[in-house]
Design a protein around this ligand. Structure first.
Ligand SMILES: [Zn+2]
Length: 308
């Protein structure tokens, strides 16, 4: 929209042209005006153009500024940009994350409704954040029926946040542990043992006088060199495995520490935590709680891990 501001909006601002409410024009108000079907004499109600009984578009009594075709073209351009970042040159860039507009909560757009619908299929609608006046914590709730959800599922947000955070951290710790544990095995112990026993055997034969000096000194140095090489490799491996293990452990320990720290004390911003969560899992399905006492039951949260 920068291009628009540079031309139309700036010119209007400089010319002192105001909106119908007497405000300064902005890129946003220009966009709202251009998208308004009144521009071409039509009217919109709840996102739908108003039609008469014969399904014909109802035309207003006011004089259209542009034709319906022109307006449709403008609207199509704006609609095609919805959900995308727009570059300086008005080029359409990469799409927004599904949760682009609602990133102030840990799990908005990540949780999904697990309630079974009358048709037997899960609702599966992404839950959104709701806040009630006078209630300290937020909630995650399914959308209303009109908005495409079932409207019948809601869960305490702070407890879900805490549970899912813990599950993701535990998953990271587990992954770090397996990754480092998998590399502890050097895997060449048998090879080293074999060379050592060949040298031992050769030495025993030589001591017993069964082989000549010439033969012994031709073979022994090669075996000794091979043993030295394998031993060095083994020591080297053990050392670096320890370092790797320590590093992986320290990384996760640091993530855990910063997860719960305020941002100004070096804690992660919510966006960073959301990135970790998104990396670890596809979604968390929230199943409806059974009737009865309202206690939080983590068994009703089902994380769908990425690697599973
Ligand atoms: Zn639902």
């Amino acid at each position: 929209m920068r291009a628009a501001r540079c031309t139309i909006v700036r010119e209007w601002q400089e010319a002192g042209i105001k909106t119908s409410l007497g405000n300064e024009w902005t890129t946003r108000s220009l966009k709202v005006m251009l998208c308004n079907p009144r521009m071409c004499g039509l009217r919109e109600l709840d996102g739908e153009l108003v039609r008469d009984m014969d399904d014909e578009l109802v035309r207003g009594q006011w004089k259209p500024i542009i034709t319906v075709e022109e307006w449709t073209a403008i609207r199509t351009i704006f609609d095609s940009r919805k959900g995308y970042f727009i570059g300086r040159d008005m080029k359409i860039m990469k799409p927004h994350q599904p949760d682009y507009r609602d990133h102030s909560y840990l799990l908005s757009g990540i949780l999904r409704c697990g309630r079974t619908q009358p048709d037997g299929k899960p609702c599966n609608t992404p839950l959104r954040v709701t806040r009630k006046k006078g209630v300290k914590h937020h909630s995650y709730a399914c959308l209303s029926k009109a908005e495409g959800g079932c409207g019948r599922l809601s869960r305490r947000g702070d407890l879900v946040d805490e549970y899912v955070s813990e599950a993701v951290l535990a998953k990271l710790e587990e992954a770090a542990f397996t990754a480092s544990a998998g590399q502890v095995e050097w895997g060449k112990e048998d090879q080293l043992k074999d060379v050592v026993s060949r040298l031992d055997e050769l030495t025993a034969q030589w001591n017993a006088g069964n082989i000549t000096n010439n033969f012994f000194f031709k073979l022994a140095p090669g075996l000794e060199k091979e043993i030295a090489r394998l031993r060095a490799e083994s020591a080297n491996f053990a050392g670096s495995a320890k370092v790797r293990q320590a590093r992986a452990g320290a990384d996760v320990a640091d993530i855990r520490r910063r997860w719960n720290l305020p941002e100004k004390e070096g804690g992660f911003p919510i966006s960073r935590k959301r990135a970790y969560i998104r990396e670890a899992l596809h979604t968390v399905i929230v199943y409806p709680a059974s009737k009865g006492p309202k206690t939080f039951n983590p068994d009703l949260l089902y994380p769908v891990w990425r690697e599973d």
